[in-house]
Ligand binder design. Structure first.
Ligand SMILES: [Fe+2]
Length: 247
């Protein structure tokens, strides 16, 4: 598995920026979590206005309008785990569609009412994960991540793909913790172990608690993300996804 050698110093950055997105070179989106503030920050139109070629992701019922409004609910059996107060485990967005989006934006409308630490968004760059796994000689997890395997998509079709593209960023991440993968029991246990390790690797994490009008924009092909427990049901976020098409 290969990745550009210059990723390591950049990939844990949280870059706070304002104004138009074009002030940030699009290539930085591969290595940096961009934090914007402002009334339109992180909306699909905000991204589209600044990144020519941005195409909103609409190929899922939640995203027909281009934006999914995510409200936290009391009932922990809500069909979409992002709506639950419980921690959201590390994943890549829309891992089980034909073409998972390249860019994700989490835009906060109403923050969680809880104490510091609640409802924190957490990001880890996959290049850091790979390096940490190599350093700790976890070839078993690396093999599990890079093996081609059948994936049953939400629409019922099956694609053959690895969880982690080689080289990194050349294809979508497909890391999701629950369904879709046709994998042996020992491999599922390795995936569980990896997700737990990501929770423990604080030094690799970019952590941010979004205030109202804050948006975190990041590459969904390069970062896994998670969210800590919500202490209340006040939090409302809007999620926008999309692609950066060549023009
Ligand atoms: Fe997500």
């Amino acid at each position: 598995m290969t990745h550009p050698p210059d990723l390591s110093s950049a990939c844990r950055r949280l870059l706070r920026v304002g104004g138009p997105l074009r002030e940030v070179h699009p290539a930085h989106a591969e290595t940096t979590v961009l934090l914007y503030s402002g009334p339109d920050a992180g909306t699909a139109s905000h991204i589209a206005a600044s990144w020519p070629g941005f195409e909103p992701f609409t190929r899922h019922e939640l995203y027909r309008s281009g934006t999914y409004r995510c409200e936290i609910v009391l009932d922990d059996t809500a069909p979409y785990s992002a709506s639950r107060k419980a921690p959201l485990r590390f994943h890549s967005d829309m891992a089980l569609v034909q073409e998972p989006p390249q860019i994700s934006s989490i835009r906060c409308l109403v923050p969680d009412e809880g104490p510091p630490g609640s409802a924190t968004n957490i990001f880890i760059h996959v290049a850091d994960i790979v390096q940490r796994l190599r350093d700790s000689d976890r070839q078993d997890i690396l093999r599990m991540l890079s093996a081609d395997r059948p994936v049953q998509l939400m629409d019922g079709t099956v694609v053959v793909a690895p969880m982690l593209a080689n080289p990194l960023g050349s294809a979508p991440l497909r890391i999701f913790d629950r369904v879709g993968w046709q994998m042996a029991g020992y491999e599922r246990a390795l995936l569980e172990e990896l997700l737990n390790l990501c929770d423990e690797w604080f030094d690799l994490q970019v952590r941010v608690r979004l205030d109202a009008q804050d948006a975190a924009i990041f590459s969904n092909w390069h970062f896994l993300h998670s969210r800590s427990t919500c202490a209340s049901t006040t939090r409302v976020t809007e999620i926008s996804l999309g692609f950066l098409r060549q023009r």
